[in-house]
Design a protein around this ligand. Sequence first.
Ligand code: PMP
Length: 434
Amino acid sequence: TTSVITYYRERRRKELPTTFESRPIELRSDEVVDGVTGLIGNTPLVRIQSLSNALGVDILGKAEFMNPGGSVKDRVALRMIADAEEQGLLHPHTGSRIFEGTVGSTGISIATIARARGYEATIIMPDDVAEEKVKALLALGAQVERVRPASIVDKKQFVNLARERARNFGSDPEDPAHPTHTHRGHLIPTASSSIVVTTTADEALADNALMSPKEEREFAMKPRGFFADQFENRSNYYAHFDGTGPEIWRQTSGWIDAFVSGAGTGGTLAGTGQYLKSKKKDILVALSDPEGSGLYNKVKYGVMFDRKEAEGTKRRHQVDTVVEGIGINRLTHNFELALPIIDEAFRVTDAEAVAMSRYLVHHDGLFLGSSSACNLVACIKLVKKMGWNNGERIVTILCDSGSRHYSKFWNDDYLAKAGIPVDMGIIERLLAEE
Ligand code: PMP
């Protein structure tokens, strides 16, 4: 019951620091790594030759698309799961299930790592995300639930639903996510009616009970529902503070003038940006924000968007743009951690992001996803704003590859219907600006 869990968590909390110590990911061995999680992180920095040459500024992209789950989110999924294990919230091979509300990449990463570590996964997403993400999730054995896009205040919004599903995990034997229905063969049988799982440590801590060591061991082996909660979970931030940030610092030997990133949860921007600033105060941190996102306004004017704008366009949690994964219209905990360190913010239109993706294939043979393209447009805007042309160095994130985006961002018919031009000239004109 809740009170048992509370006690259990409280004990764990006493044993563990409430914030996680900096634990840089160890250098990957050149030859053999331990399983799929050993492939996560330590991605190379790739110099974008076309843009670097045209601008006279070193533009380096962190090749996150090389992670085994195909995106930067592998780092976050791994850290959220590892931290939950460390806190005693998840135990492998107990039929436990990880729930997440996500537009795709995080789901694929969670599904991948869940398989590798002995968990089930339920991913809840809006029904308008690119179809290939759903296919990947199903191939990875995740349960997928697609819901109509809704505002964050709506109970049926995908993040809220994921929280709710985790909370109710195990209470309904008819539920396909119930532990007795899992297709993994080595479940430990349990009295599932006694499984009640609260979703946040704070909720759990509101209650109190006592458990003998034996009860505690038995409890540990029961299937749990765990709400990963990437938007609010600090493990997301630490994945970047301890991983992405130190890697970039090491790879550049500290020679870096700016870091540019978009924000979906804000974890990348906050964790990487804060680490880099902790090393060198004057590294400029810039947000790249797609059309329709409220983050640019939040950074520039302190408000997400003005009410008139919100009412006029019926804004919802998910931003209306062809760019997937970045841009958001509400303030998340992980983005709040980023706010104090953002020095600059740039708006990027759908047309600019599309143009950049085509430009990079044409000139560099780099086939990238929409948020990577958005970040690189922001890099040009930053260079122009700063008047740089003397070998300064900007690092940005290449979050995922184009192969995650065939049905929308890389589909010219789709773009034509959406009224978004495909015109590389947009990038040439941006580069030529004085
Ligand atoms: N790019 C892609 C493709 C993503 O899926 C995400 C995460 N939603 C991001 C960028 C943004 O990363 P973060 O959540 O750390 O802000």
